[in-house]
Design a protein. Structure first.
Length: 436
């Protein structure tokens, strides 16, 4: 879209880009993906990072020694970017996180022990995000996607386990769990596109001997859709980005009140949809895992983007009613809820208060979130709203929690109705909000 300096939209963009360098992301990235890179790296209150294009190194590993968990829906353009053939043998480009100095040498040692080449090669372009994942661009085909591999260094507070041990180790077991949840979203969910967009994770690759994995994430259709942008939750909380967008679209409303409506309440509706339709709830309800869809004028559309599908808890009675208890096998017991739905609200975890928000505002946000969650969940399930509203909210400074007990007659009726419904066959395009 060509912007006029005299237009109000140009004024808004100028204000936003004053502190996010227009050269921080390459111009030939899809506009939405380029803007996402800027938000991820420059509108991050805890750890701003470089959004410049980087040459991404990789190992070329025979596919025959790599474990694969790949969905049929894995896009051909991403598959072709990662997997190639040379002299009759198929190889995969195993991406090295540019910041890692601890984990990828283990890959090198494995290759050398097998008498294989451990030469580090370059092909992809890459861009940092606020955490360990990198947005990858195929310089030939233009395919754009996200990759997560192990690293001992990354942005923000997401680096060690408190003992100095690198905790960003991408194991294959964890990657498979993410893949299972991604398939659950794909195969079971009905149409939730009015409230939710999913960043699908359709492929994982593993080196079992050293328990290392490479997890592939799509970008929620952002690379294909013009006039749409994704604002990370922590960027809505950024002192300048959040205030600028609220000023432009809030009609005089302050940024705290504006984002209470367009982030916290919208998130409550989105997560209630997922809890009702899929029987799962995120156990890491912080602003790294959620994004806000914006239109071409940077106005929120009302839809929330969910990413990182491994951080979810499962409600056993939901899966039991659906005849899908087998799905729970292999899942950690600590992530399976038998008698209650746990919802822990911690949007400020990993970031900090913007100057336009106070502690009482944050509590207001939490209360608005739970009202939206309860209203939507009741509408979708038939569980009486009164049953949900009587649950007390606990306050632990940056974390607000509710535990919804599932033993009342209203809950039992919901599970009985659920047992009579055949599993959904809604298309992937419906839940992802994109054409597949």
């Amino acid at each position: 879209m060509r912007l006029s300096a005299r237009s109000w939209l140009g004024t808004l963009f100028a204000g936003l880009l004053a502190f996010v360098s227009p050269r921080s992301a390459r111009a030939d990235l899809s506009p939405g993906v380029a803007r996402l890179v800027e938000y991820e790296t420059q509108a991050n209150a805890i750890a701003p990072r470089s959004g410049k294009r980087q040459a991404i190194e990789h190992y070329e590993i025979p596919l025959s020694i790599v474990e694969q968990d790949v969905a049929e829906r894995f896009p051909a353009e991403i598959r072709s970017a990662l997997i190639f053939e040379r002299e009759g043998q198929r190889y995969i480009r195993w991406i090295i996180n540019p910041e890692d100095g601890y984990w990828h040498p283990k890959v090198k040692a494995l290759l050398e022990a097998k008498g294989l080449s451990a030469e580090r090669k370059t092909y992809f372009h890459g861009y940092a995000t606020a955490s360990r994942s990198y947005i990858i661009e195929d310089p030939v085909s233009g395919a754009e996607f996200s990759v997560k591999v192990s690293t001992d260094r990354t942005g923000g507070i997401w680096t060690t386990d408190g003992r100095g041990v690198p905790n960003k180790n991408q194991t294959y077991e964890d990657a498979r769990q993410v893949r299972r949840m991604a398939d659950h979203f794909h195969a079971v969910a009905p149409d939730v596109a009015s409230n939710v967009i999913i960043m699908d994770e359709p492929a994982a690759f593993g080196l079992l001997e050293i328990d290392q994995a490479m997890l592939i994430r799509r970008l929620g259709g952002l690379e294909r859709r013009k006039g749409r942008y994704f604002l990370p939750g922590f960027a809505a909380l950024h002192e300048k980005v959040g205030a600028e967008i609220a000023k432009r679209h809030g009609g005089g409303m302050g940024p705290s009140e504006y984002w209470k409506i367009h982030y916290s309440e919208a998130l409550g509706r989105a997560l209630a949809e997922i809890a009702a339709r899929l029987g799962v709830s995120p156990d890491s309800l912080h602003s790294q895992n959620f994004l806000i869809e914006l239109d071409e004028s940077l106005k929120p559309t009302g839809r929330i983007v969910l990413r990182d599908l491994g951080d979810y808890e499962l409600l056993r009675p939901w899966f039991e009613a659906r005849g899908q208890l087998a799905f729970l096998s292999g899942w950690p017991e600590s992530s399976i809820r038998k008698e209650f739905v746990s919802v822990a609200y911690k949007l400020l975890h990993g970031t900090k208060y913007p100057p336009w928000m106070e502690r009482k505002d944050y509590r207001d946000w939490a209360e608005a979130f739970f009202r939206a969650w309860e209203g939507t969940y009741s509408q979708r399930t038939g569980v009486p709203l009164a049953d949900l509203q009587k649950t007390m909210m606990t306050d632990q400074i940056v974390v607000f929690s509710k535990y919804y007990m599932t033993s009342s007659p209203g809950w039992k009726k919901f599970f009985e109705r659920l047992a009579t419904q055949a599993p959904s066959t809604t298309s992937c395009a419906s839940i992802l909000g994109v054409a597949i």
